[in-house]
Ligand binder design. Structure first.
Ligand SMILES: Cc1cc2nc3c(=O)[nH]c(=O)nc-3n(C[C@H](O)[C@H](O)[C@H](O)COP(=O)(O)OP(=O)(O)OC[C@H]3O[C@@H](n4cnc5c(N)ncnc54)[C@H](O)[C@@H]3O)c2cc1C
Ligand SMILES: NC(=O)c1ccc[n+]([C@@H]2O[C@H](COP(=O)([O-])OP(=O)(O)OC[C@H]3O[C@@H](n4cnc5c(N)ncnc54)[C@H](O)[C@@H]3O)[C@@H](O)[C@H]2O)c1
Length: 476
């Protein structure tokens, strides 16, 4: 990789002038800042919240602790009388797991700052706002005045925020940040949105014996996933006590006389719904956090989809501006592996001067419900829309030995294969352990493997992987 020229000599005379300013400190920014170590460039990183980003502080990591606890409870309960006794009495210990979550989140800000400083970056705590094509102001967090940084290049990695819902009483909603940080779980929760956050948090709440109602505008829950498997997961979730209202949209929230909240929604057919509850959780999608950046001042094009960039993540209107992660307006999924891949691409561009496209295909993803839903590649709906020919194989694996031993009947897969040759086009899995297993299928898609190629590998036994691969290879 050719080395980019080191910082120009005049930069050294102005302490607030940088070769590269990175806005954000999440997974996308982390890739850029760490990778610039030793490049000779003067680098600054800015974040308006504690350094570390959404995934490590308010998303994937604390959420996974909560979901692991929910899985432990569920396993004990479903194995009660079969593998263990007293399992039905096992419950979620919110204060303890909350403290355990903090053992992961609290070290993040100091360690991220150390990592950035070790990479040679100056770190600024405050909200960034562009003031010109090569300058931005960082508003001090605690009433400190603004400082103006000048840059040659800027990497925008500001992530996303919950989408505005524009309903009366919107200020009464709680967001995932507050939910994960709360000292206790509310007793009756209405969840607005049946996507990733909605289903994952519902699964945690249900294992904590809370009352859950999900209001979802779509026909199915978890729309990025296979709709048949999503319906099976919905059934399983209903069996845990959840109520679903699909094809219904939140219309408002109000506080009622006894201090409870009333959430109202309207069904597609016009029927009005009203739910009394203690909390209404926003799980209705996120939007890029670009509005507050005042990109217009820098001539950086943006819209509600995010920063307008080329496929190589270069701003369409400012050749020295790049974007990475959730704030990129390319419609890529808002996931940590995507943010990391974007960050790596922007880093390479900064180091080589040669704009680089991110490597985001194939992209496995999972919801950490119990059972888990996981997918990589095309869904049936996408293949149909794109006119891609495929052969579908599917199975319910609930009675197979591996899953009976886990006492979990809600297990299955659907796979799309090339009609000739059998190359895998899409893999959709539902069951315990599937979030790990999907990575094996991502390797298979990446390297154009067939199910017989996978089945020829002597996989460890007895495992979920071997059970699924052998069953599918037998049907292929
Ligand atoms: C509850 C929840 C659970 C999730 N679980 C998963 C999961 O299991 N797996 C997965 O792959 N993804 C998950 N995600 C998504 C994942 O967290 C994001 O895709 C990822 O964090 C995006 O990284 P990023 O670097 O683009 O942005 P972020 O991590 O959001 O970082 C952006 C940073 O920019 C800062 N910032 C914003 N505006 C400004 C400004 N004007 N000035 C200065 N700083 C600013 C923010 O404070 C933030 O620290 C989850 C998200 C949530 C909310
Ligand atoms: N396991 C994971 O990888 C994971 C977990 C959590 C979050 N995330 C990321 O965070 C993003 C945000 O999560 P999310 O669950 O908020 O978004 P989402 O896009 O997954 O789901 C939002 C859901 O809300 C519905 N909706 C939108 N407006 C509504 C309204 N007014 N009333 C009722 N329903 C409405 C949508 O139809 C959709 O099904 C996800 O898209 C994902 O990229 C990933």
């Amino acid at each position: 990789m050719p080395a980019a020229p080191p910082s120009s000599p005049d930069l050294a005379s102005d302490p607030l002038r940088y070769d590269v300013v990175v806005i954000g400190s999440g997974p996308a920014a982390g890739m850029v800042v760490s990778g610039l170590k030793g490049s000779g460039k003067r680098v600054a990183a800015v974040d308006r919240r504690r350094f570390g980003g959404t995934c490590a502080l308010r998303g994937c990591s604390p959420k996974k602790v909560l979901l692991n606890a929910a899985k432990a409870v569920d396993f004990a309960r479903r194995a009660d009388g079969v593998l263990v006794s007293g399992g039905a009495r096992v419950g979620l210990d919110w204060p303890r797991l909350h403290a355990f979550q903090e053992s992961f989140t609290e070290p993040v800000p100091p360690s991220r700052l150390e990592q950035f400083r070790d990479a040679g970056a100056d770190c600024y705590a405050g909200a960034a706002r562009f003031t010109g094509p090569d300058s931005l102001a960082v508003e001090g967090e605690q009433g400190n005045g603004a400082v103006t940084l000048r840059f040659d290049q800027v990497a925008i990695a500001v992530g996303s925020v919950p989408a505005p819902l524009d309903v009366p009483g919107e200020e009464l909603l709680i967001h995932s940040d507050e939910f994960l940080a709360a000292a206790d779980m509310p007793a009756r929760v209405v969840i607005v949105g049946g996507g990733y956050i909605g289903l994952e948090f519902a699964h945690a709440l249900l294992r904590a014996d809370r009352q859950v109602t999900i209001v979802e505008t779509g026909r199915h829950l978890l729309s990025p996933f296979d709709s048949h498997l999503a319906d099976r997961l919905a059934e399983r979730t209903r069996g845990l006590g959840a109520r679903f209202e699909c094809r219904a949209k939140l219309t408002g929230i109000e506080r009622v006389a006894d201090g409870s909240l009333a959430a109202t929604a309207e069904r597609e057919d016009g029927e009005l719904l009203r739910f009394l509850c203690d909390a209404v959780l926003h799980a209705a999608g996120r939007v890029p956090a670009v509005k507050a950046l005042d990109c217009d001042a820098a001539g950086i094009d943006w819209d509600e989809k995010g920063i307008a960039v080329t496929e190589r993540l270069v701003s369409v209107s400012h050749p020295r501006a790049f974007a990475a992660g959730d704030c990129v307006g390319l419609g890529h999924p808002m996931l940590t592996p995507v943010a990391e891949a974007h960050g790596k691409a922007v880093l390479r561009t900064l180091l080589t001067g040669d704009p680089t496209a991110p490597d985001v295909s194939p992209l496995p993803s999972a919801t950490f419900t119990e059972p888990e839903m996981a997918a990589v590649g095309l869904t049936v709906e996408q293949a149909d829309e794109q006119g891609v020919a495929y052969r579908l194989i599917e199975a319910d694996l609930g009675t197979k030995g591996t899953f009976r031993k886990l006492c979990e009947p809600c297990v299955g897969y659907r796979m799309l294969l090339e009609p000739k040759g059998g190359r895998l086009l899409g893999v959709h899995l539902l069951g315990p352990g599937m979030a790990e297993l999907i990575n094996l299928f991502a390797v298979a898609l990446r390297h154009d493997l067939t199910l017989s190629d996978l089945a020829a590998i002597p996989l460890a036994f007895p495992t979920v992987a071997k059970e699924v691969v052998e069953d599918a290879a037998g049907k292929a």
